[in-house]
Design a protein around this ligand. Structure first.
Ligand code: FE2
Ligand code: FE2
Length: 160
């Protein structure tokens, strides 16, 4: 049975977006704990700065999906009036696919930088948590790139 756009995005929000909302702040907390172990280490500070940017980017991405892209697709599918939107959704969707790759790659970079720090329990906690988030992100992004985006473009292209 083919799932509707609404069923696909509801599952993504319930499982994958909620996981990110729970786990991204935990990575920030773990990095803060780790920062007390490795003061003045340049690569740590750089990794932490990159993480702050990636987290902000992911949070804005989730918000655009939940408030604009997904509700527009759901409305197109059901024939309901479209929610107000001042973004070019086709362009934003292309940008989102780049962000999918960019955020995954940035997390790999951060993990690699953290791995150069001296071995410690806190270091391992950060690396494990990033790996856990990346594994879910891979499944999440695959669903959006291969199911949500093509279906959205089909619905969006067919609108009158
Ligand atoms: Fe998403
Ligand atoms: Fe996405």
């Amino acid at each position: 049975m083919q799932l509707s756009f609404k069923e696909i995005v509801d599952e993504i929000v319930a499982n994958h977006h909620s996981l990110l909302r729970k786990e991204l702040p935990k990575i920030s907390e773990l990095l803060d704990v780790l920062s007390t172990d490795c003061l003045e280490r340049e690569s740590f500070c750089e990794a932490q700065q990159i993480y702050i940017k990636v987290r902000t980017k992911i949070e804005a991405h989730l918000k655009d999906e939940e408030t604009l892209l997904f509700p527009t697709g759901v409305a197109l599918e059901s024939g309901a009036p479209l929610p107000p939107c001042d973004l070019n959704l086709r362009e934003r969707l292309e940008e989102m696919e780049k962000e999918h790759d960019g955020c995954g790659n940035a997390l790999t970079t951060i993990s690699g930088m953290i791995a150069t720090l001296p071995q410690s329990e806190h270091r391992e906690q950060v690396i494990d948590k990033i790996k856990f988030v990346q594994e879910d992100l891979r499944v999440h992004v695959e669903k959006e790139n291969t199911l949500v985006h093509p279906l959205f473009l089909k619905l969006f292209g067919a609108r009158v």
